[in-house]
Design a protein around this ligand. Structure first.
Ligand SMILES: [Zn+2]
Length: 162
């Protein structure tokens, strides 16, 4: 399991907060974090504690999103309506949870502020903030199963959730 940030977010504030949360998650939980830099906007990421790659955005879209049935069943919106608008890719600023392939990806950008009800379930910053808390109620850190926040144990591996 690892977390992947499609950089750079449009706003530097969001970019910096996402990077800070990824570092915190890596340090606190030992979860690998990586940056896939699809649109460079800000400075070099020299102190990032994980892998930084720069893959063309259309390849990232094909690899992580298109034809990804598992991802499709975990999202409440069609990936082709969120990450590719016409010929324009809308991936920068999102964060995904990767097991063998991408199993979850944010569908809104930034944080929940201004997005409306239940947006915190869809934004990268709220997702990362939740995973950074120990323990997370969004994802089972034992087996990466996605949680709805009300379980007392992981329905996939049985790990007890406090
Ligand atoms: Zn589990």
């Amino acid at each position: 399991m690892k977390l992947r940030y499609y950089a750079d977010a449009q706003l530097q504030e969001f970019h910096d907060r996402i990077l800070d949360l990824l570092e915190k998650i890596y340090e606190m939980h030992g979860i690998p974090v990586e940056v896939e830099r699809v649109e460079e906007r800000f400075g070099p990421l020299s102190n990032f504690p994980g892998r930084v790659t720069a893959t063309p955005v259309e390849n990232v879209y094909e690899r992580d999103i298109e034809q990804n049935q598992k991802l499709r069943s975990n999202l409440d919106r069609m990936p082709s309506r969120v990450y590719k608008i016409g010929t324009r890719f809308e991936i920068a600023g999102h964060v995904s949870l990767v097991d063998e392939s991408v199993i979850w990806i944010s569908t809104l950008r930034g944080d929940a502020y201004g997005h409306g009800p239940r947006a915190e379930e869809a934004t990268p910053i709220d997702f990362l903030a939740d995973v950074a808390e120990s323990p997370s109620n969004r994802v089972c850190l034992e087996c990466t199963h996605l949680l709805n926040g009300s379980e007392t144990f992981c329905p996939n591996c049985g790990h007890e959730l406090p």
